[in-house]
Design a protein around this ligand. Sequence first.
Ligand code: FMN
Length: 374
Amino acid sequence: MKKKYEPLFEPFTFNNGVQLKNKLVVAPITVYDSGSNGELTPTARNFWRDRFRGFGMFIMPFTNVAQSGVGFESPNAIDDANLPTLKEYTQLAHDQGAKIVMQIAHAGYKAKKWMTKGHPVVAPSGDRRGRARSMTGAEVKQMIDNFAHAAELGLKAGMDGVEIQGSNGWLIEQFFAANVNHRTDEWGGSFAARVKFSMAIIDAIDAVRKKYNRPDFIIGYRFSPERPYQGFTMKDTLALVDELVKKPLQYLHISLLGFYSHPRRGANRNLTRMQVYHDRIAGKLPLIGVGSLKTADQILDAYNTGWADLIAVGRAVMLNPDLIDLIKNDHEDQIETKFNWKNAAHYRYTPSMLQAERDHLDLAIHNPRPVRHN
Ligand SMILES: Cc1cc2nc3c(=O)[nH]c(=O)nc-3n(C[C@H](O)[C@H](O)[C@H](O)COP(=O)(O)O)c2cc1C
């Protein structure tokens, strides 16, 4: 390996003493392929096998905390029946020497009626198109318990922690976004009321790790920087970050398509978003940076900005099941940066991921059509 890459391979220690062997993280990647109860299918298993070799941590993709929140084919952490699958994910990561945190999530109004097995599609507020109805106060409290219970299942399955999915327009962000959340009770209205749902989820998961005396169980939080047309700007998420750093978390993870992207509204547009959050967090928690880092040098340059403590990669891991081996063995010039049908077998994509390539969908933005297994 070239000496310049060495800083990426130095260990990292979280504030609870847990150490990652290096600074490289597999970003959560939904593969749109699961059994009807969130089980690993042969094609999903084939995608994941051997893909974390050399990484410090694997963030398991969007994992449903309740049946009402299922929006695409994805794993479940709903009840004890899911434990064997969650254990299998744990083993997949641990066998390859990576820690695993499970991204716990709920799609809110973006759940699909035909995937919720009769459960109503719910959201902070019902929407005019009738896709979802407003949650009752009791349902909001139950949902917080569902997130905590999912974390408990992860802990029982031997996982190293959870990442709370607070980004990308899913349920937690729906509570945060003022133009989606029209509630007039304690969960809507002021900024403090709109962040109460996320804060309660963090506290409930912290209570789980206290119950099991597992301070080493990692809790991370993912957020999106801003949604110009959906009710919040960077000013709002900077205020959210101010609240998050007071919580017993181990890391923050920003959701970005471009590591070097600039704010649109609510922050200094001359700086990158990464720099703005880095400065605001001021070392209180580590920040995972991500976004279109496709080559070894792009990963290194991003790390060398000093804005991120850990670097996550998504699409580079999809196209290069052996990404870290290539860097370690001086073959970084062989890293693929574009999908090429000639090499499709090498990527080991699931049928839905291949379908998305045929449909020219950018999987980082769009959900593909489901492809049935025969
Ligand atoms: C196929 C695919 C699936 C994804 N699934 C998730 C997911 O389950 N949860 C999530 O937070 N982000 C998800 N993302 C976003 C990635 O984690 C990442 O933030 C994004 O792809 C940018 O990083 P990259 O340029 O390294 O891919 C997904 C992206 C892709 C391409």
